[in-house]
Each structure stands twice: as C-alpha cells, then as structure tokens.
Design a protein around this ligand. Structure first.
Ligand SMILES: [Ca+2]
Ligand SMILES: [Ca+2]
Length: 71
C-alpha cells in the first residue's frame, strides 16, 4: 500500500481561505463507511479526507474535502 500523506499539505485550506467555516454542518452525510470504527453508521461523517482531522473544526464545517484544524 502506497502512502500519499506526504502530498496532503498541498491540498489543505489556507488560513485566510473563504472556504474555511463556509459549509453547512447539517449537510454532512452519515458515516456510512464508519470512518472512525465506532459501529455508529448514523452519525455525521466524523473525519475529513485525510482520515485524521475531525470533519467539523471550529464549530462549522469547511467547504471541500479537507477541514482546517484550529491552530
Ligand atoms: Ca462511525
Ligand atoms: Ca471549520
């Protein structure tokens, strides 16, 4: 299995991006793939595309696949 973590910083949101906190929390789909392995498939998607950052950071989801973590 190849690891692409090295490339992730190039696709994350910048600090001043208008996409930060511009999404709608209620529009997140359920965790049908159980990304966090807690057997709860009905909760909102808990992680972003990286699989390590919480999907909602700073109380509001960001636009796009990546969530900018609170510094
Ligand atoms: Ca889950
Ligand atoms: Ca956010």
């Amino acid at each position: 299995m190849r690891c692409f973590w090295f490339f992730l910083p190039y696709f994350t949101l910048g600090q001043d991006s208008p996409c930060v906190n511009a999404g709608f929390n209620d529009a997140l789909p359920p965790d049908a793939a159980d990304l966090d392995n807690d057997q709860d498939l009905t909760e909102q998607t808990p992680l972003d595309y990286s699989g390590i950052v919480e999907r909602i950071s700073d109380f509001t989801v960001d636009l796009g696949a990546h969530e900018r973590p609170v510094q």
